[in-house]
Design a protein around this ligand. Sequence first.
Ligand code: DON
Length: 304
Amino acid sequence: MNYQQVLDEIFLNIRSLENVGKVASYIPELSKVNPDQFGVCLKTLDGIECGVGDWKTKFSIQSICKVLTLSYAYKILGDKIWERVGVEPSGNPFNSLVQLETDNGIPRNPLINAGAMVICDMLLSQSKNAQTEFIDFVRKISNNPNIDYSYKTAQSEKSIGYRNIALCNFIKSFGNIRNEPIDVLEFYFHICSIEMSCQELVQTFMFLVSDVINSKDNQSILEEKKAVRVNAIMQTCGFYDESGEFSFRVGLPGKSGVGGGIVALHPEKYCIAVWSPRLNAKGNSFRGMKFLESFTSQTNTNIF
Ligand code: DON
């Protein structure tokens, strides 16, 4: 299979369609991004890496980072994380408060804002340097010491973070946040602010493609039995109230972010990242969804 040719063809085709949707402007820093940038990178288990468009340009990965915080917490804390966060798709927007009331402050899953905050709280409780240790983990799995938080974007989100502040305080009122909400939110805004290019994203997420991908010092990043469960959660919960649609059209585990990035992977074959900042009504990249639908159809790699 000539993957470069497939990427090029789909890229040209999607780029010729009207690019509808809106950039996430509720975070002031994200509204400054050129909305028509578009990049794709693919990395296969047998070592092929190819890309097209703006695949080397860094962007704000936003909620994509929630897969990384989940993986890190699962690695170091194990199954006890499931006492405080569920594994069910929420069927609701990423920043919804509604289910928390009836669910007694237990978020439906770790990939919605509420669930990611509870994961952040767990990480804060087990270390005084959670923010540094987490970015070190990300650098280790990406094999890239230059990955970093964007303090500007974190600050920008904090300046308008009213809904997330409400969410965190609401969960605290049920006792499922143990630290001070202000500290949990500070950490949460930072994890969301991490910047990566499509190329860096696929490099980072290869640890979920195969447990044989080891870190530099040759220690497995996440046990296989945990990695398969992270993939299952991405499959069912990675796109909020569009998770069913993504599964139906694309058929891969994946995760989106309001920066316009989507990472998706075939557990036995490859990892692919697409970035295009205009979002559909559910907050997922318009071109990203379209690109991935064409890609799995043409390469016959829908896992179903
Ligand atoms: O908390 C927020 O609203 C953002 N930092 C992250 C939201 C996000 O990326 C949702 N993804 N589609």
